[in-house]
Design a protein around this ligand. Structure first.
Ligand SMILES: C[S@@+](CC[C@H](N)C(=O)[O-])C[C@H]1O[C@@H](n2cnc3c(N)ncnc32)[C@H](O)[C@@H]1O
Length: 359
């Protein structure tokens, strides 16, 4: 093994690195505890913001006091619950938003569900093999929590921005949908983006496509419960072979970079647009230059991309593997290869870039 044993260590750099390592160890061990807190209703029972002791919390949630006391201590050490001077615990309004309000764009537990499921032992072994053989790891090879965690992670952001900001940022599109348009939502997963659009534009028709059959089944069930009727349908199909149309709008929410052949998918879309139709691409926020992405968000997304997005693309024909931090320049390149002459960053949030593509 090559080492640098002869090189003197910078004590303060080592101390800083170890501080970071301990912080991260705490984060890794806290992730399942957050999900246990969600599952058992521990956060929910504290949503009112009243201070509670471990015995009260255990009693009201039907759990064991000793386990709950240790959980509260771990959460308080992480800044996820607040310790009062009298030894009781409470949630601040910000902690309530992060851990109790599933509709808030700041809700955190969908992300923890996704990341812990993507990092589970069985998947790690398969991924390690994929790093060696280059065959990738298909979306379908993951634990079901990856699919529902993804949906719960992204839906609140779509609910906050899609109808009020992103669609109006595309020239003329919201007007078209108000009078009655046709929309394909490609790589729709559990279909929350499709359903949010359908609820907002009752005169239009929406079809969600995804190549992952269990996600489409779940989307159909959710749409049935939402009572959206015939206006929303879901079909199993890949980005390069979905049918129907022509469409006034074709959307991709956080999925183009997961696809093996994003150029093939976008070329197929170009052929299925109406005259004047538009493709909306929603991708994770990233700069073109790696060094500018080396921040907490970039860290989370490069990690998720290494675990899920790049291997998912590699498992498909072509295997372009754009990665979740593809950035505008590479996305523009892919759109141009697919024949789109018009490419514009229509709008953005701290988490997403929204592009408008036209022939
Ligand atoms: C990160 S998830 C995003 C799901 C959904 N759009 C959302 O925002 O919640 C990526 C989705 O892309 C789908 N996908 C990947 N490759 C695909 C392909 N070639 N054709 C259609 N869907 C694909 C996956 O099945 C998965 O549902």
């Amino acid at each position: 093994m090559a080492t640098q044993a002869h090189v003197a260590l910078d004590e303060s750099a080592l101390e800083a690195l170890m501080g970071k390592v301990v912080t991260d160890l705490g984060a890794v061990a806290s992730a399942p505890l957050l999900l246990i807190g969600e599952k058992l209703g521990l956060f929910r029972a504290m949503a009112g913001g009243e201070p509670v002791g471990s015995a009260d919390l255990a009693h009201s949630t039907g759990t064991q006091e000793r386990n709950v006391r240790e959980w509260l201590s771990a959460m308080a050490a992480g800044g996820y619950v607040t310790l009062d001077p009298d030894g009781r615990f409470r949630l601040t309004p910000e902690q309530v938003v992060a851990f109790c309000d599933e509709d808030s764009p700041f809700y955190a537990l969908g992300g923890f569900q996704l990341f812990t499921a993507a990092a589970r032992m069985e998947t790690r072994d398969k991924l390690a093999r994929a790093f060696v053989d280059g065959g990738g790891l298909g979306w379908d090879q993951h634990h079901p929590d990856v699919f529902s965690g993804t949906a719960r992670f992204f839906r609140p952001g779509y609910a906050a921005h899609l109808v009020d900001e992103w669609l109006p940022a595309l020239d003329g599109t919201a007007d078209r949908l108000r009078t009655g348009g046709s929309v394909a939502d490609v790589g729709c997963g559990l279909g929350h983006s499709t359903m949010l659009m359908a609820e907002a534009f009752p005169a239009s028709h929406f079809v969600g496509f995804d190549y992952h059959a269990p996600s489409i089944e779940a989307a159909r069930e959710l749409a049935g419960k939402a009572g959206l009727g015939e206006r929303v349908t879901f079909e199993v199909a890949g980005a390069a072979d979905f049918g129907g149309g022509p469409y006034d709008l074709i959307t991709f929410f956080d999925c183009l970079h997961d696809m093996g052949d994003p150029v093939g998918g976008l070329s197929h879309c170009r052929a299925r647009l109406t005259e004047g139709g538009v493709v909306m691409l929603v991708e994770p926020h990233a700069e073109d230059n790696l060094a500018e992405n080396l921040n907490p968000l970039g860290r989370a997304l490069y990690a998720a991309s290494s675990l899920v997005c790049v291997p998912a693309s590699q498992a498909q024909p072509v295997g372009r593997a754009l990665g979740a931090q593809a950035g505008e320049a590479r996305t523009r390149e892919v759109a141009a290869e697919a024949g789109f002459r018009h490419f514009r960053r229509a709008t953005e949030t701290p988490f997403n870039l929204v592009y408008e593509l036209r022939s």
